[in-house]
Design a protein around this ligand. Structure first.
Ligand code: C5P
Length: 225
């Protein structure tokens, strides 16, 4: 196996207003640890990770250095949207990194084996790899007036998660376009490059609403992840 150096950029700079907490979402605690700390706990179990970059709100940079106890750590302040926060993380990657995984702190219970599957797919030649799950609901595309435009075939849809893995040079190129998107894979798609979907995990759900926080508590009390 060739020697490939992997970095994980964890974006945690969102305010998480839908959660309704006074602190940014990644710093909300479940079982006595912040969502960010839970995410880092799992990332450091992934073999071959050489750098963990955590992107947080400017006011939290100092506290984050103190809070997270890992020798692989770099902490930087984030941007106005998720894409800008990822770009801030990419700007501090160490030189020898070839594979970059971008992960939402809000998906803090994603198991290490999902990271390993994403890394393996990038290692085997895919420039962009995302974990995804089949969609349960029928999904409609609607216009601004709420009228349905079309109904994509459900069997062809995937709800995508993080970590999303990339060849570093390709991800840098995608971010150089300066456009924003809700995930990094969309920037790769805009370049006309292929993005592979690998199986995701129910545990990679994104903590967004108070109900998700209840689910996070339930995960902690019923599993050993
Ligand atoms: O808002 P959303 O839930 O889609 O955010 C996904 C992830 O992106 C979260 O972990 C959030 O902290 C991060 N984010 C960020 N910087 C922003 C907005 C969101 O790091 N400006």
């Amino acid at each position: 196996m060739s020697t490939v150096s992997v970095a994980v950029v964890i974006v945690a700079a969102g305010l998480g207003t839908r959660l309704g907490h006074p602190v940014p979402k990644a710093f909300v605690e479940v079982g006595g640890r912040s969502l960010l700390a839970h995410a880092v706990d799992r990332v450091v179990q992934v073999p071959g990770v050489d750098q963990v970059v955590v992107v947080v709100p400017d006011a939290f940079v100092e506290d984050t250095w103190a809070l997270l106890d890992t020798p692989l750590l770099t902490v930087v302040s984030g941007g106005a949207d998720r894409t800008a926060s990822v770009a801030a993380g990419l700007s501090v990657l160490v030189e020898h990194v070839d594979v970059v995984l971008v992960h939402d702190a809000a998906r803090c219970f994603t198991p290490p084996d999902v990271f390993e599957a994403v890394v393996a797919a990038v290692r085997s030649g895919d420039v962009a790899v995302v974990p995804g799950l089949p969609v349960i609901d029928t999904v409609k595309e609607v216009d601004a007036d709420g009228l349905v435009r079309r109904t994509p075939a459900r069997a062809s849809l995937r709800a995508v998660q993080t970590p999303q893995g990339f060849d570093r040079v390709t991800l840098d190129r995608a971010h150089a376009s300066g456009t924003s998107a809700t995930d990094d894979a969309a920037l790769i798609e805009a370049l006309g490059l292929p993005v592979r979907v690998v199986p995701g995990s129910d545990l990679a759900f994104k903590v967004t609403t108070p109900d998700d926080l209840d689910r996070a508590h339930a995960v902690l009390t019923t599993s050993t992840t």
